[in-house]
Design a protein around this ligand. Sequence first.
Ligand code: GLP
Length: 241
Amino acid sequence: MVIKKVTDYEELSKKGAQFIAAQIIMKPNCVLGLATGGSPVGTYQRLIKAYQDGSISFKDITSVNLDEYKGLDGTHPQSYRYFMNTNLFDHVDIIKENTYLPDGLEPDSEKACTDYEAIIDGVGGIDLQLLGLGHNGHIGFNEPNTVFEKNTHCVELTQSTIDANTRYFNSSDEVPRQAYTMGYRGILSAKKILVLVSGSAKASILAQVVNGPITPEVPASILQLHPDVTIIADAEAAALL
Ligand code: GLP
């Protein structure tokens, strides 16, 4: 693991965008694994600027996102499809048909997950997977568990995640209780992984992820086994490293 400590969210976003832009320049038709949440928003804004000034193009990029709430369709403002459209896709030249998320409207969990596995396989492998880190160590929506779930699956969100994500909804009751998430096979098969971690609330979990035992109770700890992981953490998040 390479850990880059930066001063604050601004610098994290700048470095995150440089990292992804370098990947796009090296391989203009690469497959990007993308993430939602607050951590990558500043990075996406800088990537949009890089596109606008002509430094990068997304026209040959394919993207596969980590997860989607079960029950929300893509026009729901809190769906991850809506997040990706408004925070990145609508502002760059990516071809929307080449952007994939699990189908939140598919009520049959088994079908939704099997379909997404076929999509992950169909894109031919992720070149760079971007990750945020949940307060309980989750990646995507892989919550703390007794096993590392290999494939895309339907998860029951933990109270910690529901609490963390309530800020985006009118009330906690509106937060979906279930989500579809890529499993560890999809994430770990990426050639490169970039993790963005910001803020003091992540300091303790980040220290466990980096220095603690590899256990499904701390989902991101499995990243210790991947050969090419870069973590960019701001000073508050890196305080206990
Ligand atoms: C959400 C998402 C994750 C994200 C995480 C952290 O629940 N499913 O993919 O990485 O929470 O979010 P944030 O970056 O807002 O802390």
